[in-house]
Design a binder for this molecule. Sequence first.
Ligand code: PRP
Ligand code: URA
Length: 215
Amino acid sequence: MEIVEVPHPLVAARLTIMRDARTDNAAFRAALADLGAMLIYEAARDLPVENFDVTTPVAVAEGRRLADPPIIVPIIRAGLGMVDPALSMIPDAQVGFIGMARDEKTHEPVPYLEALPEDLAGRTVFLVDPMLATGGSLIHALRLLADRGATGITVVCMVSAVPGVEAVRDSGLPVGRLVTATIDPSLNEDAYIVPGLGDAGDRLYGPRNIDLSDL
Ligand code: PRP
Ligand code: URA
């Protein structure tokens, strides 16, 4: 698994706004959207293009477009904040959805939604979630994608913790690349990333009100 920790001052500045406990929901959403666009831009760097002729008002130029626009798969809820920025960068991308909530006691993911194409063989897949903590949620999502034939999956996270990165790397699941703004050193006893930014879903949308035993 290739790891790309994007070394850009604008990435660092948006991440700092998101880390700051004083940042309110609206400013957090805005910073996350900006950072999402930057990370998707980086993730798309090596996508294959096809050439075609485009007629300018003056002459014919060589045009380029993505040969195979990716399918963007957010892990709901927090991943939803990365969908609009991804589509602003790649307007012809498709979107699939995986819904999952982490149990606060066990820290295990509890899946509640799967809306994905049946066959992902040969497709370019960007799996997006702002947070990679224990890796449980991402590994579950990767399994769902691998079961549909996806390979070489690009994972885009904003804050990745060392234990989660190692768990994903050791999972044997078909991850080609992890693109991230930072790799933070550790988790606390509640499996929150340290220093991290807190609960990304809550900071985007407010507290979650799902009774996980109903799922
Ligand atoms: C967060 C985050 C990831 C997960 C990461 O979601 O968006 O999906 O936790 O933790 P892990 O690596 O230990 O699995 P959460 O379960 O809090 O749900 P939410 O987005 O609905 O708030
Ligand atoms: N999920 C989050 O939103 N934040 C963390 O620090 C860990 C998991």
